[in-house]
Design a protein around this ligand. Structure first.
Ligand SMILES: Cc1ncc(COP(=O)(O)O)c(C=O)c1O
Length: 403
């Protein structure tokens, strides 16, 4: 945890916990480095589903080429914040209302998931133009991945055989323009695995386009760049990825390649900070019960991992009885929910952890608060803090909002 962040956490009272703290300068530095590593011909969209917090989107806005949204809600949210930002609208099961909204909003790209969705779009277009990418589920093996959305039977995209029917439909509707193909086949791929997959995608896409006489100008290869929660300091190798893309794009001189990562951009800037409420030993194993839990930070429950954390000791102990503590032993960190699934980290060795100490969970900036079941048990919501030295230097460097 950076010193500025630790200072901020130190100034929070117990009553202000749990809290999410977003490190916006760190986010800007990260996305700047990602952009710098990529060739100019690669367009970088941010998948807003990872975290659509307005200040996070604001910090990214100057560094990405646009946003990928996956619902009418996300579309409205992003358009309202950035009226001029390019938007790609994807995701399965778009409703007629969402498609109409996308046409009204003039989104730059619509990612079409099926022939039915294309027909629906055509029926709603009423003379308006829609630039579409057809989402394909290619029969490839994405290798070792955290989540696999393609390469096997899946509700995402369409089988290659269904593309011909879509080409016929597009030819019959003047307002619908085919720009290219979209593929998001897996999440959690390392740079070499992503490059190998992109090789397969580009080779297949160009071959398909040549055989069908399609003028293929764009391929969106999706997101899914790996984030390793077990090794917080090991990041996706953006320089190697960028160099690999540069070599590949040289072989495809007319193609614009687009990527739309979410997790790998924002995971690192977020911290979920809380406090130990109770500490007990059950049949030889130590459990620390924390304020909050997976109803605020569902990531470890959803992904079945230990959320990495730092202990921030608080030496004040106002009670007249002895302070419960664990010393140099494995501790399971749980939340306040009445379910054994409310586990943030399991049997992780700590040097010392006491009731009243603070615990800051790292890598809580993506698929964290926004995927959590907030209403369960009606505990108070966390506060949200945005550390932003760049905007407000000096003592007023910290801004706060309660969601
Ligand atoms: C179509 C699409 N694009 C991009 C993403 C972002 O993936 P990630 O956050 O793993 O980079 C997702 C995530 O599910 C997705 O479904």
């Amino acid at each position: 945890m950076r010193a500025a962040l630790r200072d901020h956490v130190g100034r929070l009272t117990d009553g202000e916990l749990p809290a999410y703290v977003y490190d916006l300068p760190d986010l800007r530095e990260h996305v700047r480095a990602v952009r710098a590593a990529l060739p100019d011909r690669v367009e970088l969209l941010y998948a807003a589903k990872a975290n659509a917090d307005p200040r996070i989107l604001g910090a990214l806005a100057g560094h990405v080429d646009g946003f990928e949204v996956a619902s009418g809600g996300e579309l409205g949210h992003v358009r309202a914040l950035f009226p001029d930002a390019p938007i790609a609208f994807g995701g399965p099961g778009k409703t007629p209302q969402e498609l109409a909204r996308a046409l009204d909003a003039g989104v730059e790209r619509l990612h079409v998931e099926s022939a039915h969705e294309l027909r629906l779009l055509a029926s709603l277009s009423a003379g308006r133009t829609a630039d579409v990418l057809l989402r394909v589920n290619l029969p490839v093996d994405p290798g070792r991945a955290a989540l696999v959305m393609g390469g096997h039977p899946s509700p995402f995209g369409m089988d290659p055989a269904q593309l011909d029917h879509c080409l016929e439909l597009i030819a019959a509707v003047p307002g619908i323009r085919l720009r290219g193909l979209h593929l998001h086949l897996a999440s959690g791929l390392t740079a070499p695995a992503q490059l190998a997959l992109i090789d397969e995608i580009l080779t297949w896409a160009e071959d398909w386009a040549r055989r069908r006489g399609v003028d293929l100008s764009e391929v969106n290869a999706g997101g899914g760049m790996a984030v390793d929660y077990a090794h917080p300091h090991t990041r996706f190798d953006w320089p190697a990825f960028g160099a690999g893309l540069r070599r590949r794009l040289a072989r495809h001189p007319r193609l614009t390649l687009r990527i739309e990562p979410g997790r790998s951009l924002t995971a690192y800037c977020g911290w979920y900070v809380t406090q130990v409420l109770d500490l007990k030993c059950s049949r030889g194993q130590a459990f620390a019960v924390l304020r909050g839990g997976t109803h605020h930070l569902r990531t470890p429950a959803a992904k079945q991992h230990d959320q990495p954390f730092e202990v921030i000791p608080d030496d004040v102990w106002p009670r007249p009885w002895g302070r419960p503590e664990a010393r140099d032993e494995p501790v399971t960190l749980v939340g306040q929910l009445c379910t054994p699934k409310d586990v943030l980290a399991r049997r992780v060795r700590v040097e010392r952890l006491r009731v009243g100490d603070r615990v800051a969970f790292a890598m809580a900036g993506a698929y964290a608060w926004n995927i959590s079941h907030h209403a369960f048990l009606m505990h108070p919501r966390p506060a949200f803090h945005h550390l932003d030295e760049a905007e407000a230097p000096g003592p007023g460097a910290y801004t706060r909002r309660r969601s």
